[in-house]
Design a protein around this ligand. Structure first.
Ligand SMILES: Nc1ncnc2c1ncn2[C@@H]1O[C@H](COP(=O)(O)OP(=O)(O)O)[C@@H](O)[C@H]1O
Ligand SMILES: [Mg+2]
Length: 687
């Protein structure tokens, strides 16, 4: 018996089918075949379901069939699994058997199907062989019947198998449902688990982070602590070192102390001895002290005697000083030649030929049309002699040394008058006060240039200080007056300078009396600095007045007056002296012709007062009865300081400029006249 082709050998089946169609089943046999056909047709779905390839089946269907077969294997495996699961799920025994059915089915698929044999085609019988042809047909019919029965068997088998498969399918569906529900449960469990896992993870991560932070902090702390530890260790080591050093130094100092203690002990012993000897010395000294005290008392007595002697000596000195001044003459004349100024040198000044062969003589050689000398040059020689001649190089200090004795006389109670006479620009103001630009007389910048007024003031206050221990107390009053156009003005009073307060001589100077002035400020001064302030004030007021007239300063006389009152509490002596320092108006002759108005008035006033000064001096020297003091304000003001009871000194200042030579000669002539006067003996004004 031939085997039915296995479901896998579909091509063979195809071949068989062709056999049917191509003549094996010729039309005469068609009804029987058609009889079998419905059975075959009915089985088709079952066969299809079982996965057997049929003719005309597409390749897709074929692969589906293969899949199903594979599924069958998988299903079997699943069934095995589900058998186990079914136990859990409570499947029936029938279901289990049905699940195991595919094993029989596969056996059926593999070849337990009834085999269909097809007789080999015989050679075609000739048409006449009807018997043979009928025989062939019968044979074909039999084989077709056989095939039919085999196919029926197969159909039955397939139907059975289909049933089994359907049952298996139902089981599988159930299985799938179970699996699905199980899967749902599992997925919900999984999602729960996942959620839990996520929560746990988050929680864990938080904890982990917390732990990390804690670890970081701990690490930081650890590093801090280790740093601290290292610092502490180094501190400890340092302390140990210091401790060791201190210990060793203490040990050495203890040894030193022990040594010095013994030394001190020795010293103490020596000191004790010294104290004893000193005590002895003290005893002796106490004795000496009482002796010395006794001696001191005697000495003090002697000092008293000596002091009274000194006072007597002081009076003698004053008398002698006066005698010397008298011997020098009561009117003296000093000549001072001004040096050429930097501006004059720059402008090529022609210097006059002035020489000072000694400190009393001045010589002038005048060049020009004044007469011929032996060498044919026009020349005239002048020689003047004075009490002192100061060359251009003389310093203020040198000049002052020569007048300081006169200043001293004023303290001793004499009236002193120091004039500066000369033409404008000859150095009168410089000699009396200092350079015209000084305002602050206390400034050290100008110290060497200070004139006779500030130097006299310094000397007076120094003398007053020196005389204090000898019982002398002084009061000093200062005045600063100006005589302009025969008007007296108080330079320390701005109202007076502006012409608002008129100063008048209200009491004439008589013998031993000073003249009194109205509207004059009396400033009591106690030191040089106070006088400097007055000088400053006077300079400022003068500058205001100078704005009225171009040459104002050279047109007026300045009279600085210090009245010095002294009293000695030890000797009961009293004295009163006046120091007048006068900067006269320019002596140059102003020609009356050509001058008019103020200038003429000024010229007349100056000529009058200067010539009257000369007249007064002349009258004094001639010892005339009438001395014309009142003929000018200047002589009237100075009446008490000119003449009999006073000491007078005149500076004649001259310019080095050749252009000023004739004025220079005039000044020197006037000074010579004054110098030749003997105006009597000065008298001390003792009250
Ligand atoms: N001995 C001197 N040394 C230096 N400069 C002088 C001297 N005498 C005068 N002068 C200067 O010469 C100029 C004229 O002198 P000044 O005293 O004003 O003259 P006067 O008062 O006679 O008109 C001033 O600038 C002054 O400082
Ligand atoms: Mg002047």
């Amino acid at each position: 018996m031939s085997r039915i082709p296995a479901p896998s050998s579909l091509q063979k089946q195809e071949k068989n089918k062709q056999v049917f169609e191509n003549g094996a089943f010729s039309k005469p046999f068609a009804p029987s075949i058609q009889k079998a056909a419905p059975t075959i047709k009915r089985t088709v779905p079952a066969v299809q379901r079982a996965g057997i390839k049929r003719p005309g089946e597409s390749q897709v269907a074929l692969s589906e069939k293969k899949q199903r077969i594979n599924i069958g294997v998988t299903v079997r495996r699943n069934v095995e699994n589900s058998h186990n699961l079914a136990k859990v799920a409570g499947f029936s025994e029938k279901a289990k058997r049905a699940a195991l059915q595919p094993i029989a089915e596969s056996a059926l698929m593999r070849g337990s199907m009834p085999a269909i044999s097809v007789s080999k085609s015989k050679p075609k019988r000739p048409a006449w062989d009807l018997k043979g042809r009928i025989q062939d047909m019968e044979e074909n019919f039999q084989s077709a019947q056989q095939i039919n029965s085999t196919l029926n068997d197969q159909l039955i088998a397939y139907n059975q198998r289909i049933l089994a498969l359907e049952e298996a399918n139902t089981l599988l569906h159930k299985d799938v449902e179970i699996k699905a529900s199980q899967s749902e449960v599992a997925s919900s469990q999984a999602s729960n688990l996942e959620k839990q896992l996520r929560e746990k993870t988050e929680d864990f991560e938080k904890k982990l982070k917390g732990k990390d932070d804690a670890i970081y902090k701990l690490k930081e702390k650890n590093s801090e602590l280790s740093n601290e530890l290292s610092t502490l260790r180094s501190d400890y080591e340092n302390l140990q070192n210091t401790h060791q050093q201190e210990t060793s130094s203490l040990k050495s100092s203890i040894t030193c102390l022990i040594c010095s203690k013994s030394g001190l002990q020795a010293e103490l012993d020596a000191t004790k001895l010294l104290v004893e000897s000193l005590q002895e010395e003290i005893k002796q000294l106490t004795k000496m002290k009482s002796d010395t005290e006794f001696e001191n008392k005697n000495l003090l007595k002697n000092v008293g005697n000596l002091e009274s002697k000194l006072l007597a000596e002081e009076s003698t000195r004053r008398k002698l000083h006066n005698v010397i001044q008298e011997l020098k003459g009561n009117i003296r004349v000093f000549c001072r030649v001004r040096p050429p100024l930097p501006d004059e040198i720059k402008n090529g000044i022609q210097l006059a030929n002035i020489t000072t062969p000694d400190n009393k003589i001045i010589e002038i050689n005048q060049m020009g049309d004044v007469g011929m000398n032996d060498s044919g040059k026009a020349q005239k020689k002048y020689e003047f002699s004075f009490d002192a001649v100061f060359p251009p190089s003389a310093f203020q200090q040198e000049v002052f040394e020569e007048i300081s004795q006169l200043v001293q006389s004023a303290i001793d109670g004499y009236n002193v008058c120091i004039f500066a006479y000369g033409q404008t620009g000859s150095g009168k103001t410089y000699t009396m006060e200092g350079p015209e630009n000084i305002i602050d007389f206390a400034s050290s910048d100008y110290e060497s240039h200070l004139g006779m007024i500030p130097r006299s003031v310094q000397k007076i206050f120094k003398c007053i200080q020196n005389l204090e221990p000898r019982g002398w107390k002084y009061r000093v009053e200062a005045f600063f007056l100006e005589i302009y156009n025969e008007r007296i003005q108080d330079l320390l009073n701005s109202d007076s300078v502006s012409g608002n307060a008129k100063c008048e001589i209200i009491k004439s100077a008589g013998k031993g009396n000073d003249c009194l002035l109205s509207n004059v400020t009396t400033s009591t001064v106690s030191c040089a600095e106070e006088v400097y302030n007055l000088l400053k004030k006077a300079r400022i007021n003068r500058a205001v007045a100078a704005t009225k007239c171009n040459e104002y300063s050279s047109r007026s006389h300045y009279v600085f007056q210090l009245k010095i009152y002294g009293e000695n509490s030890l000797t009961d002596e009293k004295c009163e002296g006046i120091l007048n320092l006068v900067d006269l108006a320019g002596s140059e002759r102003v020609k009356d012709s050509g001058s008019a108005g103020d200038r003429l008035t000024e010229a007349k006033a100056i000529n009058k007062s200067l010539s009257n000064l000369g007249k007064v001096i002349m009258s004094l020297s001639k010892k005339e009865n009438h001395i014309p003091y009142r003929d000018s304000k200047l002589t009237h003001l100075l009446a008490n300081s000119l003449g009999g009871n006073s000491k007078t000194l005149m500076f004649v200042n001259i310019s080095p400029d050749n252009e000023n030579l004739s004025e220079t000669i005039n000044s020197l002539r006037f000074a010579t006249k004054v110098n030749q006067c003997n105006i009597g003996t000065a008298q001390k004004r003792v009250k």
